[in-house]
Design a protein around this ligand. Structure first.
Ligand code: ADP
Ligand code: MG
Length: 271
């Protein structure tokens, strides 16, 4: 039984006072699926980055514990060894390193027996309809968006983390691939008691990967939580009720002065 406990998490873009996460509270336990939905720019990917310790962000408040151990002071590889996994919104291309190489190195780094690794990788590829030809190709290089997402899902199946954060797992996947990938992750919640935090814009992903809870992230805070039905509701209604125009989103914009035209705002001041 594992538990990722996020309390009051606040983070800024490094070396700025641009606060993106403004107090996030969330607990993900083994076997649970939590979906995060929310408008573009809300901080969803930032949350995933901060949880894995991607450089470029600074945590300014709150705590994150995996099974009672503070992870915020850990390097990214230590967080991965502790059992955290990130499926990135935009998986990185790694020329010169194949998926096979990468998984073999992961196994070696954590002293796992890699004797059956090859057959495990092939079995996992088949479970999600991922062509074996990609296994020896450089990681993610020249893969389509959907192929990259299947690649990430294969890694998840092989590495068997405790808690997986999956950022827009559905982006780029065709309907059949989406079904296979979401079924694979759902199966991991049952077979391996995987805990999942999945970021998505579409309730279709959540037809196979059944969420225990759905959360709305807007402007760096979780503004609403509910059951699986909330995802359908949001698809109908959008996020209008959570994003108003009357606050600092308008910072930096200015209104026309008396007598000024729109074109004047863009006129060359030296002309
Ligand atoms: P989303 O909810 O769409 O995943 P993100 O977490 O990617 O949103 O981004 C939240 C906000 O933070 C956006 O306004 C984005 O432009 C900004 N942001 C994220 N990373 C950086 C960065 N490294 N430098 C500057 N701004 C950033
Ligand atoms: Mg994002």
């Amino acid at each position: 039984m594992s538990e990722l406990v996020i309390r009051g998490l606040r983070a800024v873009i490094a070396n700025t006072d641009n606060e993106i996460l403004r107090g996030i509270d969330l607990t993900i336990r083994s076997g649970e699926v939590h979906a995060i939905m929310g408008p573009n720019g809300a901080g969803k990917s930032t949350l995933s980055h901060v949880l894995l310790g991607k450089p470029g962000y600074e945590v300014t408040g709150g705590t994150v514990e995996l099974d009672g151990v503070d992870i915020l002071g850990m390097e990214t590889w230590q967080r991965a060894q502790a059992g955290l996994f990130l499926g990135m919104q935009y998986p990185t291309e790694v020329p010169g390193v194949s998926l096979n190489d990468m998984l073999a190195a992961s196994f070696a780094a954590s002293d796992r027996d890699s004797e059956d690794l090859d057959s495990l990788i092939r079995t996992e590829a088949d479970r999600i309809g991922f062509d074996h030809k990609f296994l020896d190709r450089p990681l993610n290089v020249d893969l389509s968006g959907g192929e990259k997402k299947r690649n990430e899902t294969l890694q998840l199946g092989v590495l068997k983390p405790r808690i997986a954060i999956l950022d827009e797992l559905d982006s780029g996947l065709d309907v059949d691939a989406l079904r296979m990938v979401s079924q694979r992750v759902e199966a991991a919640t049952e077979e391996d008691q995987l805990g999942v935090l999945v970021i998505t814009h579409y309730s279709r992903l959540l037809e196979e990967l059944r969420p225990d809870q759905v959360h709305v992230l807007a402007k760096g805070q979780i503004v609403k939580s509910g059951g699986a039905g909330l995802a359908d509701e949001l698809e109908e209604t959008g996020y209008g009720e959570f994003v108003s125009d009357d606050d600092d989103d308008d910072a930096g914009k200015r209104n026309l002065a008396d007598g000024e035209t729109f074109a004047d705002m863009f006129a060359d001041p030296l002309a």
